[in-house]
Ligand binder design. Structure first.
Ligand SMILES: Nc1ncnc2c1ncn2[C@@H]1O[C@H](COP(=O)(O)OP(=O)(O)O)[C@@H](O)[C@H]1O
Ligand SMILES: [Mg+2]
Length: 317
């Protein structure tokens, strides 16, 4: 898969600075209000009673704050945070070693939990009856087996963030990075980061570089616009890949409906990548629609690409 500046997933070199921008407590964790409200009550109750918290499953597209929220929960519980990931656990012994090292009250975070092998997953079941808190995260809730899913008392989906929430996150990150930014500068980035905090922070860093080199260092709206233009990110926060996808649906398949596998083939991408990474945001903002017969491009997609709109033929749905 090609590397995208607007990818929701983390790039290896980003780990250190991401850590510095990561909220530590629930109060610093912006947005996801109903998830936070629910967790807050559960955490307070469990602390009050001295009882363990239910196991938690967090799901949603990459970069929306699953790992962050898991570590915030551990902090709020004053618990040790241990973290691993489905693909890292290749042998039964790998998981057994992790589990035996956990103490009462510890939090075990398992990222990409849908990628645990079935025979390894079974080792987790008895361990989940102990007084340790397991938090699983996944971009693909649909791929979690029923027995595993049923063991999570709380299941929360993280949503894309609103523009005001993203402005808040960008403002906070700019402060930590000591990057001067105007309100309009914040707004410009917030509008174009696909509702995703990780993308917001990444764009902020790139635009800060641009502002330092080409301007006075201050991130204003015009500076942000020029920098984003250089990065080939348009007003909607789309890159070349998004435009290619929409254009393919419209120009090659008459606007759809067209199957996911066909879209993937045309883009030379994997079906999973299209489903997990490319299309969620396009669906969220209503540029693409999911129908039983495949994906359909909406009027917004035509308008954005400057193509005259032709509704899908009647009777196709
Ligand atoms: N609710 C939030 N408030 C502030 N910053 C956030 C929030 N959620 C995510 N972030 C920022 O986005 C980055 C990516 O979040 P992360 O938890 O790693 O996403 P995920 O695990 O869902 O891929 C974090 O390092 C953090 O800086
Ligand atoms: Mg993560």
């Amino acid at each position: 898969m090609t590397k995208r500046i607007i990818a929701g997933s983390i790039a290896e070199e980003e780990a250190p600075y991401e850590l510095s921008l990561r909220p530590r407590v629930l109060a610093e964790y912006i947005g996801q209000q109903s998830v936070k409200d629910n967790l807050d009550v559960a955490i307070q109750a469990s602390l009050k009673r001295g009882e363990p918290l239910d196991h938690i499953l967090l799901y949603g597209p990459p970069g929306l704050g699953k790992t962050t929220l898991a570590s915030v929960i551990a902090n709020e519980m004053s618990a040790h945070f241990r973290s691993t990931a489905g693909p890292l656990i290749q042998l039964k012994g790998d998981l057994t070693a992790i589990l035996t090292n956990l103490e009462f009250g510890d939090v075990l975070f398992i990222d990409e939990i849908h990628r645990l092998q079935p025979n390894i997953e079974e080792i987790l079941y008895p361990a989940m009856e102990d007084f340790k808190l397991d938090i699983g995260a996944t971009t693909r809730a649909g791929l979690i087996t029923a027995p595993l899913r049923s063991r999570f008392g709380m299941v929360h989906r993280l949503d894309f963030y609103s523009v005001p929430e993203l402005e808040y996150i960008i403002r906070r990150s700019a402060e930590i990075l000591t990057a001067p930014i105007t309100g309009e500068g914040c707004h410009e980035i917030a509008k174009r980061c696909r509702g995703t905090p990780r993308v917001a922070n990444r764009l902020l860093k790139r635009i800060r570089d641009f502002a330092d080199v080409k301007g006075t260092g201050e991130i204003t709206a015009p500076v942000a616009r020029d920098a984003l233009k250089l990065l080939d990110i348009d007003e909607q926060g789309f890159d070349d890949m998004d435009r290619k996808l929409l254009r393919a649906v419209i120009e090659r398949f008459g606007g759809g409906p067209v199957g996911l596998n066909t879209i993937a083939a045309v883009l030379s991408e994997e079906i999973d990548a299209v489903e997990d990474i490319y299309e969620p945001y396009l669906l969220q903002i209503g540029f693409l629609q999911r129908t039983p017969r495949g994906r359909v491009a909406t009027k917004f997609a035509y308008e954005h690409l400057g193509i005259p709109y032709r509704p899908p033929q009647a009777g196709l749905f």
